[in-house]
Design a protein around this ligand. Sequence first.
Ligand SMILES: NC(=O)c1ccc[n+]([C@@H]2O[C@H](COP(=O)([O-])OP(=O)(O)OC[C@H]3O[C@@H](n4cnc5c(N)ncnc54)[C@H](OP(=O)(O)O)[C@@H]3O)[C@@H](O)[C@H]2O)c1
Length: 314
Amino acid sequence: MIGIGTATIGRPHYINIKTKVSDEPFNKENFILKGKSMLTEAYNQGIRHFDTAPGYGIAESILLEWISEFQPKDITISTKWGYTYVANFDRNAKVHEIKEHSLGKLNEQWEVSKQLLPYLNIYQIHSATLDSGVLDNKEVLERLSQLKQEHNLKIGLSTSGDNQNEIIEKALSIKVDNNALFDSFQVTFNVFDQSLLKMTSLLKQENKAIIVKEALANGRVFPNINYNHYQNTYELLESLSNKYDTSIDAVALRFCLDAINPFMVLSGASEKEHLASNLLAKNFQLTSEEIQQIKTLAIKPSSYWKERKQLPWV
Ligand SMILES: NC(=O)c1ccc[n+]([C@@H]2O[C@H](COP(=O)([O-])OP(=O)(O)OC[C@H]3O[C@@H](n4cnc5c(N)ncnc54)[C@H](OP(=O)(O)O)[C@@H]3O)[C@@H](O)[C@H]2O)c1
């Protein structure tokens, strides 16, 4: 299944490798209209799951406004808590988001996010890390367990960084009242960072939902002269896109679907043409030989994350 992420729908700037930067002054009204029209387009193209977060600017409020106008009956939503957006739509802001994994922040953001009920079915810790201490914070874990029971939610987390597997392992061991707390894992997996492959059988064995983010590596799957070291990747993706008469992004997304068969892969497109191109992934399947070929393109997670940290907010 392919869902859509709202990171670029709710804030005008996000980490990626875009070279075309608009110099038009930001207009909030137009931004909201464009966001809602993108959500309608996604729905009309068959998308039924929407991933959001308070850290994605005004994404949650755009989603709520769209729901009340469009009245979709059959959608589900995942949101997160733990980041606050502070850039005020300014690309040059020194700080774009602030991370805080405290009980106070969880309660504050839940008060807003609960408006997404009854569509909300997955509630996630946004970028859980070992050093934020969130996975050892008893009060937070108990509150999440309480929300899980009260609202029939799946509790999840998202991870970022080269120690993703360590975080998943730790989260899998967490129990509240003798019950495993985490049901869903939003993780990075793409042609470059394939470290998740080591965890997929364990996650499946334990019946956990895997949601793939960064399937296009923030745009790094597309040929780019600034990333000449990915020439082999570009060539293979291009030859497969020719074979299947499809787009490069569709091949990269298809790899995520075929290599690990996750519960969902998120598209991060904010342009309708890009979404349509992403969704071409639904029209074909890679052979096991092709999956193996793409597996040889994996790079070290530490290199992937080092490069990602250097990407600008554009
Ligand atoms: N820590 C976390 O929890 C976390 C972190 C990252 C992402 N996420 C979630 O995952 C979702 C997916 O985002 P992502 O960053 O992972 O996205 P991604 O799919 O790896 O990359 C999205 C980027 O690729 C570009 N793109 C897509 N199709 C394209 C095409 N055909 N041609 C040219 N450019 C194309 C998009 O451009 P346009 O914007 O111009 O369409 C956007 O800049 C997010 O919205 C969010 O919900 C969560």
